[in-house]
Design a binder for this molecule. Sequence first.
Ligand code: PHE
Length: 344
Amino acid sequence: MEQKILQIKESALSEIEKVSSSKELEEVKNKYLSRSSELNNLKKGLKDLDVSLRPKIGALTNEVSKLLEEKIQIKYDEFYKEELNKKLASEKIDVTLDGTFNPRGKVHPITATINEIVEIFEHLGFSLIENKLSPEVEVEKYNFDLLNVPKEHPARDVQDTYYCNAAPNVVLRSHTSNAQVRQMLSSRPPVKIVSPGRVYRNESVSARKNNFFHQVEGLYVDKGVTFAHLKGVLNEFIRLYFGSARPTRFRNSFFPFTEPSAEIDVQCIVCHGKGCSTCSGTGWLEILGSGMVDPNVLRDVGIDPDVYSGFAFGMGVERLAMLKYAIDDIRLFFNNDERFLKQF
Ligand code: PHE
């Protein structure tokens, strides 16, 4: 018995000596000191021994376990220090090194302009409607039919509108005016909303035109809304957007969904009205189309035009940004050149 205990002690000590990591040490500790270890089993068997032998063997097993525990603890402390030192060395920070530069992202100038426009209209009592109310991929019904655009209207021509090959009557919306129809179908007057988004037209790309761009649509329908309200709101918008009054002109125009209709031009910021390539020599840039909602449109969405009237507008976001920041080429917004984007 005694012999056996001494053997265990010897082999445990030599194994403790040989371990090379705290993990291995843990294993050795389990092997020799756990509940199911040989030594513990011997302790459990003491009661079956001859009474005269019990004190001596008992004392010996205790002595050996104590010794092993101490040795293991010493070894464990060594590993702990060693491993800590290694960790400290590897995580050491050299405060004399140069820092790494993390460039900050910025809001795109088009997004920033949309936010600014929407904020002004919110200030004027309009609410921003959720984007899902005016999808970019739209059926002709909302892009044209319910806007009183006749079937044979040239705007429907594939030269202007992108039609979807995969499904009949599906287009990339050519304006944000689909938001008007969808809003009037989903809520009753008073309606006073703005809805920004991207629109698509099959145009040849130039400094003035891109085949996709952004608009902010606005709609105000209530009892007694007149053209004077339209003029008042849009003039106030221009004053707030440009920070002061700028030369503008209301020009008589035509849209199938408004009657009467007007376009607003702002004096070209590049040439100050003299005429340049940005404004095709006219000295003016059109920023929006607008007008009184056509009674046919109201009737088709179930609003009585004898009771209600309204005005609508759709403004070109890129144009507004170009005028404010004196940008002379619309394509700059879309080719993601950091030298351009960084300036905002
Ligand atoms: N949808 C027209 C366009 O894109 C603009 C417009 C909107 C005109 C609302 C009148 C009323 O040209």
